[in-house]
Ligand binder design. Structure first.
Ligand code: AGP
Length: 609
């Protein structure tokens, strides 16, 4: 949700800012802008739309400087337009500011500033902050920012520069959305997300809520919300910058689908002692004895991560026999949940900064729950408020549609379920671990075998106006995820439904134009039930597409098309089943000419409520 970059140092700033913005464009692409400071003067350039528009503009009208800021916007206040693009310069032209988040009390502040003679050119809350800081500026930018901060309500991350003779300096502040500082010799970097810094440095500081940081080429100083100097730990990141590039693939999404074999393996590697049949979780500060007192689990997440939570319920209840509730982050704290110290709240989030998930986790903690997270981003907010973390070692996920983050979350949930079983019973059965060991090969196989058929299937069905996805049991959330992937990438309306519920409503939709993708894997009672549901679709002339690990004949010879997947343990089968559906969404989006890596209206990290 908006990308922030900043640089102070000895190099020409604009190419560095543009490179950082390119890596953050997934956070928002409604507009982009840069400010460079040269000889005490601001040089700004802004453009509506994607970063390439700004790039073109800079080619014809370059701007220069040795320090500056860049921004890519996901619109909240005011429509996407150049007028509302950041950086915002105050009406006396003394500070330039970029911002991610929402200032809730911007209206009263704006009225007050207008009464004091400040003027506004945009519809944004950001310009209010720029004017507010400038109104307090008396030579010392950090003090002016600190004073303005004390009046702001809401969630924000911002960075400010001034042209009033402070020398090379960026002041950054964080209350909610993340900010990370990259440390290097004689130069410093600032970004919303480490992926923008990795090519320059792997030594970073994650700012805490309430922090205000001052970056100069030589040093970084941080003060907390009370104005006290603080030392934030320098962390060394291990992400490979090459991982954040497209590496020969046409899109990040396709690359990330392919990376799932490795990402899944990386997520369980080192956490399973295959020899002694033990689960080894690091980063858990809740003792085993405390965990034995946990009676209920609340999973809190949004979007795709919520779907993995639904599967987590099956895994934890089946393996660890602990009751699980799964909530949308945005609903949880408004429904007065019953929480106490016997609840383990598990926030699942790729980014670790989804505002709804974080708020729900905080609400659970306030009511006494112990806090755990499954997260992909080191040092993110979810990891910092939790007492236990299982990192999904998926590497940077840049495509807005979550793929490898989802499958690695499922592996992490499987590990959590096994760990809880181990804590409760003293052991985990070896077959659970063997099943995990077989998984990467099966993922590799399904990607290899299904990439072309899914491209073909997309060719055939990309003009459909609706899609229905059906699944049962542990595969019902895969129907939801298949539908979500398709709608966000291709803009085709799609619904995911538990197959048994179809007859209670969606069956009315079925006609010869409706492709129905039914997940029919396994050889248990539910497989037989899905088979009957497919008969119901067939009887109404729907297009039956079965995703199955069984012979086509076993499905009664009624399928129009079949997606064949390898068989793994039923508890891990959702990881295999989702992959062809990711591919189908990708190729359908591509056929329809959609921007699959940056679908309209979406952003990778949703840091506003
Ligand atoms: C997934 O394809 C989505 N773009 C979205 O639903 C996402 O999963 C959701 O916003 C949650 O994000 P998080 O995992 O970073 O918390």
């Amino acid at each position: 949700m908006c990308g922030i970059v900043g640089y102070v140092g000895h190099r020409e700033v604009v190419p560095l800012l543009m490179d950082g913005l390119r890596r953050l464009e997934y956070r928002g692409y409604d507009s982009a802008g840069v400010v460079a400071v040269e000889n005490g003067a601001f040089q700004t350039s802004k453009a509506e739309g994607k970063l390439d528009r700004l790039k073109e503009k800079l080619e014809t009208a370059p701007v220069h400087g040795q320090y500056g800021l860049g921004h890519t916007r996901w619109a909240t206040h005011g429509p996407p337009s150049e007028r509302n693009a950041h950086p915002m310069v105050d009406s006396r032209g003394r500070v330039a500011l970029i911002h991610n988040g929402i200032i809730e009390n911007f209206l009263p502040l704006k009225k007050r500033l207008i009464a004091e003679g400040w003027t506004f050119k945009s519809d944004t809350d950001t310009e209010v902050v720029a004017n507010l800081i400038s109104s307090y500026l008396d030579g010392d930018l950090p003090s002016a920012v600190a004073r303005a901060l004390s009046e702001l309500e809401g969630m924000y991350a911002f960075a400010v520069v001034t042209n009033t003779g402070a020398g090379q300096q960026i002041v950054a502040a964080r209350q909610g959305p993340p900010l990370v500082i990259g440390l290097a010799q004689g130069e410093q970097f600032l970004a919303s997300d480490p992926s923008a810094l990795l090519v320059h440095t792997k030594d970073v500081i994650f700012l805490e809520n309430g922090d205000l940081a001052v970056l100069t080429p030589e040093r970084v100083t941080v003060q907390d919300r009370h104005g006290r100097p603080v030392e934030r730990p320098v962390q060394h990141l291990t992400w490979d910058p090459i991982q954040a590039e497209k590496g020969g693939y046409k899109h990040f999404m396709l690359k990330e689908i392919h990376e799932q074999t490795q990402a899944v393996q990386d997520t369980f590697a080192g956490r399973v002692d295959f020899e002694n049949a033990r689960i080894l979780l690091d980063s858990v500060q809740i003792t085993e004895d405390e965990l034995r007192h946990i009676e209920r689990i609340h999973i809190l997440a949004c979007g795709t991560s919520w779907h993995s939570g639904l599967i987590g319920k099956f895994l934890i209840e089946h393996i660890a026999r602990i009751p699980v509730e799964v909530d949308y982050g945005s609903e949880y704290r408004y429904r007065d949940p019953i929480v106490d110290a016997r609840v383990l709240a598990v926030g699942i989030s790729q980014s670790g900064e989804t505002a709804d998930t974080i708020s729900a986790m905080e609400a659970a903690r306030e009511r006494g729950a112990r806090l755990f997270t499954i997260c992909n981003v080191l040092g993110s907010q979810a990891t910092r408020i939790s007492e236990g973390v299982i990192y999904t070692h998926a590497g940077p996920e840049i495509g807005v549609a979550s793929t490898k983050a989802f499958t690695t979350q499922l592996v992490a949930l499987y590990l959590l379920a096994l760990y809880l079983r181990q804590v409760k019973t003293g052991a985990v059965e070896r077959h659970y671990l063997d099943a995990l060991a077989h998984l990467p090969l099966a993922i590799d196989e399904v990607i290899r075998l299904q990439e072309k058929p899914m491209a073909e299937m997309a060719k055939k069905h990309h003009r459909a106006e609706n899609f229905l996805y059906l699944g049962r049991g542990i595969n019902y959330p895969i129907a939801l995820e298949g539908a979500l992937k398709l709608k966000e990438i291709s803009y085709i309306h799609a619904e995911g439904y538990p197959a048994g519920e179809m007859k209670h409503g969606p069956i009315a939709l079925i006609d010869e134009d409706l492709p129905v993708v039914a997940i029919a894997t396994g050889n248990d009672l539910l497989f037989e039930k899905v088979k009957s549901n497919l008969q119901e679709v067939n009887a109404r002339d729907g297009v039956v597409i079965a995703l199955t690990d069984r012979d086509e004949e076993e499905l009664g010879g009624i399928c129009d098309e079949v997606i064949t997947v390898p068989t793994v343990s039923p508890l891990l089968q959702p990881i295999i089943n989702v992959i062809p559906l990711q591919l189908l969404a990708y190729f359908t989006g591509l056929r329809r000419g959609a921007d699959v890596d940056q679908p309209r209206n979406l952003a990778k990290s949703v840091t506003v409520e």
